[in-house]
Structures are given as structure tokens and as C-alpha cells.
Design a protein around this ligand. Structure first.
Ligand code: PHE
Length: 449
């Protein structure tokens, strides 16, 4: 049978932007500052950088290997590289995780659109934090409004993914990611000019090592995986569109570095703003949707700053959700031979349905709890704390132990044409370090010890 030539990204810049687009998301701008704020600022940052640079990077490179070597979707990868084995379950785990994350991610993405709308129409003007909180809770519990925003967000995602890898994903990422960096830098400068900004910077960068507990390490690792989009086949799917001359180790380093840079810059935007207005930085998820807009309102041109900030958040969310969509779309398209349009439509419709259920779990379905938590939190917990780390662990074990070392080295060095000096260290990490640490974390998270 003649094999069809696989579509590839057009340029190196395009594929780096697409991968960075997947990695940089709500995780960097929403989740990271919350986690850092709750876990002692600078101390968390150091542990996080360590986790992301050693483990996140290695798992990403392992995924790049799988995708480019097999040129297949998440499940197809395992069918090609380990035919007739159970390894394909790792692929199914990835596809399912992507689909479930898509569901709850679309809810928060929808919120960003509401806040863009509110800032643009000047409706964020309220006088007290209580009023902000009340408005936020009323909005998220509403049965209709958030669903409309989820619909719009899913529709935009649908159009991008349907337009294909080059014309949709690559083009959008090439446009959006540089814009995201520009916005982020503008916001950093603004934030650093606030009175007392230095206190926030200190909180964020000055490590208090007494705060490093096992809990901090666990949160940092979970955050690292979520943030660089590994453990669930996203990077496998994207790497299957890399052409054979791409230097994968360098690409992985660029993606992880840029992702970490965005998380740090987001901290530089948020913490000075928070301390400048005398608010505690350990606020949890309310930080971005309640505290920040409230702070912006107290600055001159408050609505404008809110608008810019939520556009930033929406862009970050869009390029990530596109990658989640693509994982499932590629799977349906390749494994069931559906046309790309049909596969995209199915994912959009089903994803929208999950999104609606998640959104309703803040309102009419809030009494419906599984293991004592609402559906939104359940999906967040199960994907981020179980499916992603376990997926990452099995990906490492597979690549580390079941792939012939020469095959691995040849693929990662483009048949010896590029240098990869840290290859031995990489192998040690994916064989031993990553699986052991991840296993410990899962056990701990599940409260088994
Ligand atoms: N990395 C994204 C973020 O930081 C989330 C994500 C996870 C996207 C897994 C794709 C796959 O928000």
C-alpha cells in the first residue's frame, strides 16, 4: 500500500509557536500564580523550575520522539511502534484526557470572553470586592450566559482546527503567540510601575526555603506537567507533523523555556499588582477573575487594563484548546478514517456537551457531586492528578525501556546529523527518575500514604 505523505508544519518558527501555544495557557497565567501564591512564592518557583526543566522537558522530548518516529496520532503511535501490545492504552488515555480537559477548559475560556465583553462595555465598574465576588459567582452559576460563551469559544476552535494543521493551527499560533508576548510585556511594565511593586517582586522571587514541603513539591510537579502539556499525547500529535530535519532536543528546550518565561512574566504582572493594593497573594482561583479586575478598576483606565489582560488570557486559552481538540480530531480522523471535517465536527459537538455539563456544575448541577466534588473539579482532578502523570509515566517507561536505544538516538539526532550531548542523561531520566518520582506523586496525591 502506498503510504500517504504526512502533512507537516510549514516552518520551524510555526511549529515552535504551535507547541508553545499548546503549552502556554490558562495553566501559566491563571493556575501558576495561584499555585505560587498559595505555596510560598519564591520557594515554589525554584522547585517548579527544577521540575519543568528536568522532568517536563524529558517527557516532552519522549513525546516528540514518539510522534515524529511514528508519524501517527496518539493511539496510532503505539500501534505502529508496539504492534499487537497493550501499549495503545497509553494512547487512549491521552485522547480521553485531552477530551475531558477540553470540556472544563472551555468553561474557563468562556469566562475570559465574558470578562472581555464586560471590560469593553465598561460594566466591570463595581465598588467593592464583595460585589465583584458576588457578580462572579452569579455569572458562573448562571445556566445560560456561560454556555453561550462556551459555544462561541468552541466555534472559534472548531474553525481553526477544521482549517487544518498549516492553515489553521500554525497560522493562528504564529499570529497569536507573538501578540501574547507583547501584551504580557506591556502588562509587566505597567505592573512594575505601581507603588510598592517591589514587595510583590520580592514575594515572587525571594525563596523562603522553610516553605518547601512535600506538598509544595507535589503541586509544583503537577503544575509542571499541566503547563507544558505533557502526559497526554498533545506533543505526540504535534510532533507527528514535524518534518524530519527539525532539531527536536532544541525545540523541546525552546518550548519549555518560553513556557516558563510566560509563567514567570505572569507572576511579575500579578504579584506587584496584588501587593501594591495590599491584598494577600494567596487567594486561590479567585485571584484572576475577582482580585485582578478589582485591582485594575482602581487604576486609571481600569477597563482598558482589564480588557488587555483578558484578551491575553483568551489568546493563551485558545492556542491550548486548539491542541486539545487536535489530539482527538487526529485520532478520529486517522483511526476511524473519518474525513477531517467530520472528525472536527464530532469533537466540537461532544466537547461542547461536556463543557455545558461542567459549566452547569457551578449552578443547577452543583448539588450533583461525585466523591464529594462537583463535575468541573472532578474532571480537573482526575485529568491533572491522575491521567496526565500516569500517561507521562507510561510514556517514559515505553520510550526508556521498550524502544531500542539506537532507534531512539537516531531519531533524536536525525540519524547522527545533529548533536545531542545530553542523550545519556535523558535516558536515565526517562528510565528511572521520572517514573519513580511520578509514581510517588500519584500515590501521595491519592492519599495512599
Ligand atoms: N498547557 C496548557 C496550560 O498551561 C494546558 C494543556 C494541558 C493544554 C494539556 C494541552 C494539553 O494551560
Amino acid at each position: 500500500m502506498k503510504q500517504q505523505k504526512r502533512i507537516t508544519f510549514n516552518s520551524k518558527f510555526g511549529l515552535v509557536m504551535a507547541s508553545v501555544g499548546s503549552a502556554v495557557g490558562l495553566g501559566n497565567i491563571w493556575r501558576f500564580p495561584c499555585e505560587a501564591g498559595e505555596h510560598g512564592g519564591g520557594a515554589f518557583l525554584i522547585v517548579y523550575v527544577f521540575c519543568v526543566m528536568i522532568l517536563g522537558l524529558s517527557v516532552m522530548l519522549a513525546e516528540f520522539f514518539l510522534g515524529r518516529a511514528s508519524q501517527k496520532d496518539a493511539v496510532g503511535t503505539f500501534k505502529v511502534l508496539a504492534p499487537g501490545t497493550m501499549w495503545k492504552i497509553t494512547g487512549y488515555n491521552g485522547v480521553l484526557a485531552a477530551f475531558l480537559i477540553f470540556g472544563f477548559y472551555s468553561v474557563v475560556s468562556g469566562w475570559t470572553l465574558e470578562y472581555i465583553y464586560q471590560s469593553a462595555t465598561g460594566n466591570l465598574n463595581v465598588s467593592s470586592v464583595e460585589e465583584f465576588t458576588g457578580n462572579f459567582e452569579k455569572f458562573t452559576a448562571d445556566a445560560f450566559r456561560p454556555v453561550v460563551w462556551i459555544f462561541i469559544f468552541t466555534l472559534i476552535t472548531h474553525i481553526v482546527v477544521m482549517s487544518g494543521v498549516k492553515k489553521g493551527i500554525e497560522r493562528t499560533s504564529k499570529l497569536m503567540m507573538p501578540l501574547l508576548f507583547v501584551i504580557l510585556i506591556i502588562l509587566c511594565v505597567r505592573s512594575l510601575m505601581l507603588p510598592n511593586a517591589i514587595e510583590g517582586v520580592k514575594f515572587f522571587f525571594k525563596p523562603d526555603f522553610s516553605k518547601i514541603t512535600s506538598d509544595v513539591v507535589l503541586s509544583a510537579l503537577g503544575q509542571a506537567f499541566f503547563s507544558v502539556s505533557v502526559g497526554m499525547a498533545c506533543m505526540i500529535t504535534y510532533a507527528s507533523y514535524f518534518n524530519k530535519s527539525i532539531n527536536m532536543p532544541n525545540t523541546a528546550i525552546s518550548v519549555v523555556t518560553l513556557d516558563t518565561l510566560v509563567a514567570i512574566l505572569a507572576g511579575v504582572v500579578i504579584f506587584p499588582a496584588v501587593t501594591s493594593f495590599n491584598i494577600s497573594p494567596s487567594q486561590g482561583p479567585a485571584l484572576v477573575f475577582i482580585t485582578l479586575p478589582n485591582i485594575f478598576q482602581q487604576m486609571p483606565f481600569g477597563n482598558l487594563w482589564s480588557l488587555i489582560f483578558f484578551v491575553l488570557l483568551a489568546i493563551a486559552a485558545l492556542t491550548s484548546i486548539i491542541s486539545l481538540h487536535e489530539v482527538v480530531t487526529a485520532y478520529l480522523h486517522e483511526q476511524y478514517k473519518l474525513s477531517r471535517n467530520k472528525a472536527t465536527a464530532i469533537v466540537s459537538l461532544c466537547g461542547f456537551a461536556v463543557g455545558v455539563v461542567c459549566s452547569l456544575s457551578f449552578g443547577v448541577l452543583s448539588h450533583f457531586k461525585i466523591f464529594g466534588i462537583i463535575i468541573f473539579d472532578l474532571l480537573d482532578f482526575v485529568t491533572a492528578n491522575l491521567m496526565l502523570p500516569l500517561g507521562g509515566m507510561f510514556i517514559c517507561i515505553f520510550v526508556g525501556w521498550f524502544i531500542n536505544k539506537k532507534v531512539l538516538k537516531d531519531e533524536l539526532t536525525n540519524n547522527g546529523t545533529i548533536k545531542f550531548r545530553l542523550f545519556c542523561i535523558f535516558v536515565v531520566v526517562i528510565r528511572y527518575v521520572a517514573p519513580i518520582i511520578i509514581a510517588l506523586i500519584c500515590i501521595k496525591k491519592l492519599g495512599l500514604f
